[in-house]
Design a binder for this molecule. Structure first.
Ligand code: C2O
Ligand code: CU
Length: 464
């Protein structure tokens, strides 16, 4: 039966007819598909969905709400992106240590996938974990309109009472349900332009049915372009078992600041609870969880000892603001990882006033078509320690492609040593991370508040 929450999806270019998708029949959960060792196609397309009062044009990978792709560690992934949008796009596999040519960064690792074109991503994820995927061009709009999905790589010995993906994503809609501008000067210069409608799995305060009341793995993904949530669970007991998909020695969840691009996996025991965001004047209820009186099986949690960084190369990565756009370097042909050279075509993504800086430099333009020189070049296998020094009064979730960092210490927000691909750096905080540069290629490093990224706080480094 359809309820008020049912979503109205009407035809986009590739669909033709109208379809009414019930969204209440699956207990607030996303439908999932197993993709290990098989080839699938995701079509990036527009579809009208009534999130607010009126249907709004979302951009989706086939499905509404969001696709969840599951596979087992050791299996291969083959996803063909079919671009049915009117602008170019790509897929970035956020957090996965992919080969460089599969990283989905237009111009830096591949040519952009033009309207009507296809591109196949093929790789075998080297680590189990909770990941997501999204475009890496005009991201503020493409992600803002919903172009994202989850990728779950399971470890074969894992058993849980249940295993549930929770995708946090807000929508910038006016009172009629129309999209508000995705990038505003004020938002870009401050903490970003926040969504007006908060959803989990595409629904406002969904009631999520769990299959058991113990050993339930909740995989929370902050896929919002802007909002930092401070996640807590009221009711039952929750232990953190993974950060950005990487196992940690389990600890009780009090609250955890989950910035854009970050993930948090917990084991939940209980029959009723509320998922809350405490990063507000009043805690905000994001979702309600309920479970039947059925016990679930548990599995061991593994942790990996951090590498020894005593002989690492040290570098201070400064997060700054307020610098006027530097002269744009002349567009130069770019050499892709496979040796092909591409000439730069005009991009859809217009240059935007630069504001934020990484190491004193603002990325020129919102796209990647004008490639500045790398921030640094590393020899393959080199150990690196980055002191990420935030000299600004805003928080920045800093994301590194192709590598997993070990978060070693932080000057303000205490956290256990853990591995991550996105680390939140609070105002005027210094966070020290280490990683081993073991993945050759051209890799982005940027703030995942997308308006910050697209107004300068982005750079790249090369591992030779
Ligand atoms: Cu999730 Cu460079 O991005
Ligand atoms: Cu930022």
């Amino acid at each position: 039966m359809l309820t008020r929450r049912a979503a109205l999806v009407s035809g986009a270019a590739t669909l033709g007819a109208c379809a009414l998708l019930p969204s209440s029949g699956n207990g607030g959960r996303l439908s999932e598909r197993r993709i290990g060792n098989r080839e699938i196609t995701l079509t990036a397309r527009e579809a009208k969905v009534a999130l607010g009062r009126e249907p709004a044009p979302l951009w989706l990978y086939d499905d509404w709400p969001f696709p969840v792709l599951r596979m087992t560690h050791g299996e291969s992934l083959s996803v063909t992106l079919n671009n049915a949008l009117r602008e170019h796009t790509s897929i970035h596999w956020h957090g996965v240590r992919v080969p460089n040519a599969m990283d989905g960064v237009p111009y830096l690792t591949q040519t952009p996938v033009q309207p009507g074109e296809r591109f196949t991503y093929r790789f075998t994820p080297p680590d189990a974990g909770t990941y997501f995927f999204h475009p890496h061009c005009n991201t503020v709009e493409q992600l803002g309109r919903g172009l994202l999905g989850a990728l779950i790589v399971e470890d074969p010995p894992e058993h849980y009472g249940d295993d549930v993906v929770l995708i946090l994503k807000d929508w910038r809609l006016d009172e009629h349900g129309r999209f508000l501008p995705f990038l505003t000067d004020k938002g870009a210069a401050q903490a970003g332009s926040f969504g007006t409608l908060r959803t989990v799995n595409g629904r406002v305060q969904p009631a999520i049915d769990l299959a058991a009341r113990s050993n339930v793995r909740l995989r929370m993904i902050n896929a919002d372009p802007t909002r930092i949530a401070e996640i807590g669970i009221d009711g039952g007991a929750a232990r953190v078992i993974a950060v950005d998909g990487n196992s940690v020695a389990p600890f009780a969840l009090e609250t955890w600041k989950l910035g854009p691009g970050m993930r948090l996996d917990v084991i939940f025991d209980g029959d009723k609870a509320r998922l809350l965001d405490y990063f507000a004047a009043e805690p905000v209820v994001l979702a309600e969880l309920s479970a039947p009186p059925v016990a679930g099986r548990g599995s061991p949690v593994y942790t990996v000892p951090p590498p020894d960084f005593s002989d690492a190369w040290h570098h201070t990565l400064e997060l700054g603001a307020g610098v006027a756009a530097a002269d744009l370097p002349n567009p130069q042909p770019i050499v892709l990882p496979d040796g092909r050279r591409i000439e730069l075509a005009d991009s859809l993504c217009l240059a935007q006033g630069a504001f934020w800086t990484l190491d004193g430099k603002s990325w020129p333009g919102r796209d990647h078509a004008r490639l500045p020189p790398p921030l640094f070049t590393l020899a393959r296998g080199q150990k690196v320690v980055l002191d990420i020094a935030n000299t600004t009064s805003r928080s920045h979730p800093i994301h590194i492609h192709g590598h997993t960092m070990t978060v070693l210490s932080a000057s303000v927000l205490k956290r256990p040593i853990h591995r991550a691909d996105t680390v939140l750096v609070l105002p005027n905080e210094r966070v020290t991370v280490g990683f081993v540069a073991d993945n050759p290629g051209n890799w982005m490093v940027h703030c995942h508040v997308v308006e910050h990224q697209e107004t300068g706080m982005m750079g790249w480094f090369r591992v030779s």
